[in-house]
Design a protein around this ligand. Structure first.
Ligand SMILES: Cc1cc2nc3c(=O)[nH]c(=O)nc-3n(C[C@H](O)[C@H](O)[C@H](O)COP(=O)(O)OP(=O)(O)OC[C@H]3O[C@@H](n4cnc5c(N)ncnc54)[C@H](O)[C@@H]3O)c2cc1C
Length: 598
């Protein structure tokens, strides 16, 4: 059976020693009173909830899965899931970072995201139910009418109702412009919505009495393509004027998908038969409104893989210290045992350190991103808010794709540490690999993320936002450029920063002549950008560790941090050279190959 210990020390390191979040919060009236002790106490409680309430349901939820009663269209979630959700509500957890105007606690996004990392380590399938609700809350909060906010937000904030996002249809996933679900305006200002949605996470379940579906559909006179899509709230049960539940609405679950992982989460086919909905935002501007939810969900998906990377690492590490096989190449280490623990073997250490470096790098990046969102929402200075929003937009595809790809590498490496015991179910490692796999696919595949990064967010504004991130790197280089002890961390990012400028211009130029060049380079490009960002955070973490050690701090945490930083720069970061080379190999070798694919 796997185990999980919330990584509170590392979270505190990133928040309080690297990012110094509470110093920043002093400038934000909403969070000015939030102090280190409050954050730590919440995370300690949150960690207990994850480790004690939802983690024990991870394997059982995977084995049991969800079941649909075809007669009633109701879905039963695995044993214990519903009760865990009741405890989640009882603890006030859904309200953590929500707006006090609607019953929220108004705490920073950083705190909520750190809590979500732990929930995802404990049980990704369960966490998706409240995770999607939070996304629905954000979309309605940003684009809903006053009436919609009044009816739906308090219930989503308290967790009494949950939310979904309904985009995908059988013939359209990536290309939402192909969407067919129809919305007919009614004389009373509502809409009757008809169509079929598939793959809807948490689309039906037994946690709560009502589900708030956010549905994309087309108005009768809508322009073709993605410019003719509108967003609607379609509740499972109608809501009466006094807030109580009315009749069942015409949206129901027609089937559940049988899938590779996240079995405890109900992935529903939803049938809409004249379901009554209300418009969110402006007609035909539904995609923009839904982007609030999609962007939150993209960062959320990165958090899912971060959580799985962490829990897989913890278990592989414990196993590698315990399992004995063969002797160390450099001579016996455990003389009292018939063989050495496998942690002595260089390649086992490489697999473990890969997972550790990706978990800790991912934690720094996602917390930084969350801090940027706090700035974007609550900083009094408009320029600071704008800069933060631009950086979040740049980093979102990196969080989504780089962290989930790393999660794939890391969970597989951790499974490998177990040898054959990783492949069988008993140790829980194969579930981490299976559960992580969807993170590379949904919320826009990682290829789509790379096109968003390179096409829209870098080339789309001539690299202006990338330069903003480049400035952060340049500042660190300037600060530490003469510090010999930092050279091993600073030199690689300074070099890559320069190379990225040339690399980006080169792809931009080739793409101008042939847009397929952008498509051919994008996935490699995102991974290079991911390493630039991770490299920056690893250098900052090494900087703090070096300072502490120089000041005489003997906490082994700092030595470990420094060693992991060294590993990251020596063994993982250098893949950027290969990636730039493969990106430069261009589109011709892909597109001239009809015969090869015949
Ligand atoms: C378990 C699960 C849960 C999900 N949850 C939800 C949910 O809650 N709500 C929801 O609306 N959807 C959900 N989805 C749907 C998910 O977001 C889509 O599956 C995903 O966006 C990809 O769409 P698709 O499956 O139709 O693949 P396609 O769009 O058909 O793509 C197939 C392949 O083509 C590639 N491709 C497509 N276009 C391009 C391009 N322009 N350039 C390069 N490559 C391209 C893709 O990257 C992919 O590799 C879920 C899916 C699953 C499996």
């Amino acid at each position: 059976m796997p185990a999980y210990t919330p990584p509170l020390r590392d979270m505190q390191f990133v928040m309080h020693e690297v990012l110094k979040v509470t110093d920043e919060y002093k400038a934000m009236p909403r969070h000015a009173e939030v102090d280190v002790d409050t954050i730590n106490a919440i995370l300690e409680e949150g960690g207990k909830f994850a480790a004690e309430v939802t983690f024990p349901l991870n394997i059982t939820g995977d084995e049991e899965g969800c079941t649909l009663d075809k007669a009633t269209h109701e879905v039963r979630t695995p044993k214990g899931f519903k009760e865990a959700y009741a405890k989640y509500i009882e603890g006030g957890w859904p309200a953590l970072s929500c707006d006090p105007e609607y019953g929220g606690q108004g705490l920073p996004i950083v705190v909520n995201q750190a809590f979500y990392e732990m929930l995802n380590s404990a049980n990704q399938a369960w966490t998706m139910y409240p995770g999607l609700s939070h996304g629905a809350y954000e979309a309605i909060h940003a684009h809903g009418t006053d009436e919609q906010k009044k009816v739906y937000l308090p219930k989503l904030v308290s967790g009494e109702w949950t939310g979904t996002m309904c985009l995908t249809e059988p013939h359209c996933g990536t290309d939402l412009g192909l969407l067919r679900t129809k919305a007919e305006p009614q004389p009373d200002g509502t809409y009757r919505i008809t169509g079929n949605k598939i793959f809807i996470s948490a689309g039906e379940h037994d946690f709560v009495p009502n589900i708030v579906h956010l549905v994309l559909a087309r108005l009768p006179d809508a322009p073709k393509g993605s410019k003719g899509i509108s967003l609607f709230i379609v509740p499972k049960f109608h809501v009466k004027a006094d807030g109580s539940l009315g009749e069942r609405n015409g949206i129901y679950c027609g089937g559940l998908e049988h899938k590779m992982g996240i079995h405890g989460n109900a992935t529903a086919q939803l049938v809409l038969e004249g379901a009554v909905g209300t418009l969110v935002g402006e007609p035909n501007k539904g995609l923009q409104a839904m982007f609030v939810m999609m962007n939150a969900a993209r960062i959320g998906v990165g958090m899912q893989s971060l959580g799985l990377t962490e829990v897989a690492f913890q278990n592989a590490l414990a196993y590698a210290k315990d399992r004995i096989q063969m002797r160390s190449l450099s001579g016996t280490k455990a003389k009292d045992k018939p063989a050495d623990p496998i942690i002595v073997h260089p390649d086992v250490r490489k697999m473990l350190l890969t997972a550790k470096a990706y978990a800790e790098g991912g934690r720094a990046l996602t917390m930084f991103c969350s801090l940027l969102i706090d700035r974007e929402l609550h900083h009094p200075d408009a320029k600071v808010r704008k800069d933060a929003a631009e950086l979040v937009a740049l980093l979102t595809p990196i969080v989504k794709a780089f962290i989930t790809d790393n999660g794939h590498i890391a969970t597989n490496a951790c499974m490998q540490v177990f040898g054959g015991h990783g492949f069988i179910k008993e140790w829980g490692m194969e579930q981490f690999v299976r559960d992580n796999r969807i993170n590379m696919i949904y919320e826009g595949t990682n290829t789509v993320q790379s096109l968003d990064l390179l096409g829209r967010k870098v080339l789309g504004n001539q690299g202006a936002t990338l330069k903003k991130f480049g400035k952060l790197v340049a500042q660190l280089v300037e600060e530490e450029g003469v510090n010999e002890k930092m050279a091993e961390f600073i030199n690689p990012i300074a070099l890559l920063g320069d190379q990225m400028t040339k690399f980006t211009t080169e792809i931009g130029f080739k793409g101008f002549q042939n847009p397929d060049e952008v498509g051919a380079a994008a996935v490699d490009y995102l991974r290079v950008a991911g390493h630039l960002v991770f490299g920056y955070f690893w250098a900052r973490m090494a900087q703090v560790a070096l300072r502490e050690i120089a000041a005489g701090n003997t906490d082994p945490f700092y030595k470990a941090k420094l060693q992991t930083a060294r590993f990251y720069f020596a063994k993982l970061f250098p893949e950027t050279a290969t990636l730039m080379r493969t990106a430069r190999a261009g589109a011709k070798v892909l597109l001239d190959t009809d015969e090869a694919l015949a």
